[in-house]
Design a protein around this ligand. Structure first.
Ligand code: HGY
Ligand code: MN
Ligand code: MN
Length: 416
């Protein structure tokens, strides 16, 4: 039997089987998943995750926003735990791996530590954060944000989905309001394993992303007020057309992001027309502009440019315009020591790797506010994500989990 830690590799088949098993819960219509936060499917996925954690000898704690923490004891009960996790909630047309790979990859690390009888000084806590996606309830990374003290719990409970349902009511309805104070737990370190959700690793033929930074984000919610009127009988010069204002603002956002190249993105994924009837000019249009950049000055410059130009566009059309920032985090620099442990693990395991800036936001961005944090990434096919066709290979999944295991065990301190 090799000394603990020598042949540290996870069980790739078991990880893949768990991913496919979880993917059966909240299936999409095109091979992906629709397991949105605080739905019955989310509750079912949580229950399966808890069952697996307990079967791996861990004990589950849940806080008042539904964050799940499964603990594998360490040899030193006073040592702060190493947290390893991500999220089980998905986009409405999400893939099988976004978030899930990080939660089940962390579980696989514990399962393999059990197989190899590896003991560590610090406990390990496998984590599932509530509502990372922000698809149903904005903002994204809501629960890890409350954990990190960026949002108040009561404010989070009041967030509503497009049907007007409240976050706190839905959390209670699915039976996942825990008893722990949110943020009471202290971390020695935090690791998150995630698919890249972009094209770089696959294009560069690298198996591992050593994530050094994550780009920052603003979500700017626009409410445009026009005048409901007949699309047929209202002359063009009498229209107060909020839909046209929205179209011109989208075009302007595209221009601002292109002018800010390289290293900037901007766009809109969600919009609502009221009354949303084919032959009624919209009285109200609500949409969220999503802008991001790893450069804080560039990110805030884009926001300023958009907030200066939008009212002018609306004034020309007689449309009222209000803008509310409903989501934000600054660009994140991950902990250099943990980043180095990921890079060393990839080297020791012989996996090709490269430093990477995360294009997508993650719970690690908020964890980094309260503890040393970093991420491990694996490629995804065509860089596609937030699409049911999201795909990774079994080999990629296992390689990243191997690296995660080595970095986590090194940080938690092997006890012979
Ligand atoms: O929006 C994001 O970057 C993440 O996928 N929630
Ligand atoms: Mn994710
Ligand atoms: Mn996502």
């Amino acid at each position: 039997m090799a000394a603990p830690g020598e042949n540290m590799r996870i069980n790739g088949d078991r990880l893949w089987d768990s991913l496919m098993e979880m993917a059966k819960i909240g299936p999409g219509i095109a091979g992906g998943n629709n397991r949105q936060t605080l739905t019955d499917a989310d509750a079912e996925g949580r229950a399966l995750f808890q069952k697996w954690c307990e079967a791996a000898g861990m004990t589950m704690g849940v806080d008042k926003i539904g964050n799940m923490f499964a603990t594998r004891p360490g040899e030193d009960p006073d040592a702060l735990p190493v947290y390893v996790g991500s999220h089980l909630d998905t986009q409405p047309t999400g893939g099988k791996y976004d978030g899930v790979l990080g939660v089940l990859g962390a579980l696989e690390v514990v399962r393999s530590m059990n197989d190899l009888n590896i003991k560590t000084k610090h406990p390990i806590v496998v984590t599932n954060w509530t509502n990372e996606e922000g698809a149903r309830f904005a903002p994204a990374m809501l629960a890890s944000g409350v954990f990190a003290g960026m949002h108040e719990l009561d404010w989070a409970y009041e967030r509503t989905d497009p049907e007007g349902k409240k976050f706190g009511d839905e959390l209670k309805r699915i039976g996942w309001v825990g008893d722990e104070e949110v943020g009471a737990r202290k971390m020695h370190a935090y690791f998150e394993y995630h698919i890249e959700q972009g094209p770089i690793l696959e294009a560069e033929e690298k198996s591992i992303g050593v994530v050094t930074h994550c780009q920052g984000l603003w979500w700017l919610e626009f409410t445009l007020t026009g005048k409901e009127a007949h699309t047929g009988s209202t002359p063009m010069n009498m229209r107060v057309n909020a839909g046209l204002a929205m179209a011109r603002i989208l075009e302007m956002v595209q221009g601002v992001a292109m002018d800010a190249q390289p290293g900037a993105v901007g766009g809109v994924g969600q919009m609502f027309f009221t009354p949303n009837s084919r032959n009624v000019l919209p009285g109200k249009v609500v949409f969220t502009v999503d802008i991001r950049s790893p450069d804080e000055k560039k990110l805030n410059g884009m926001r300023a440019a958009i907030e200066a130009a939008a009212p002018k566009i609306c004034d020309e059309l007689g449309v009222k315009c209000s803008i509310e920032a409903i989501g934000h985090f600054d660009p994140v620099t991950f902990d250099p020591t943990l980043v180095a442990s990921v890079r060393k693990a990839a080297e020791d395991l012989g996996y090709s790797h490269m430093d990477l800036i995360s294009g997508a936001g993650h719970d690690a961005c908020w964890a980094a506010k309260v503890a040393p944090a970093t991420m491990v990434m694996c490629p995804c096919v065509g860089g596609l994500s937030h699409n049911e066709a999201e795909e990774i290979s079994k080999e990629w999944a296992a390689a990243g989990a191997d690296v995660l295991m080595r970095a986590v065990v090194e940080t938690a301190g092997i006890v012979e």
